[in-house]
Ligand binder design. Sequence first.
Ligand SMILES: [Mg+2]
Length: 189
Amino acid sequence: MKFKAVIFDMDGTLTVPTIDFDLIRKELGIPDGDMVNVIASWPEARRDAAWALIQKYESESKIIIKDGVLECLKKFRELGIMLGILTRNSADGVSRVAEKLRFDFDMVLTREHEYVKPDPETVRCFLREWELEPGETLVVGDYIHDIECARNAGARSCFYFNSGSRFYGDESDFTVKNFRELEAVVIGE
Ligand SMILES: [Mg+2]
């Protein structure tokens, strides 16, 4: 076994991406830059309205769990691997996915937390809680933020490549396209 803990991004990693962030950016008038940071810089009323809009899109989005997720999680748990979710989605959003998946993660960190991705402090929170070294931990995600927060905390990163989406595999330690491949990365051959 190569890793003692796996921290998963949620949207686009455990689930098939269905939230249209380009549309949300357009509606909010945030063509580029980090959405969370831009919204945080706004006055309270505008900020609240923005989060309400995002929440609306999220709660209306369809949850499609990717093939092989549950089998993979169960296998990791049997091996005693700690399992977490690190997401910029809400606690509500995670509950919806966990319910559909019928799986309880050991630790979940959402955007309601003091730190959000790509702040490496997010990853360090898991390491402190689990008393693990960064090198024993793998962060899996489909976006550059997932790779950056892993790298900046000293953890290993695994890019989950959804075909048709932007490729960040040059930045990560590993790249996978499905959960079979992830099992090989985490457990070894
Ligand atoms: Mg994602």
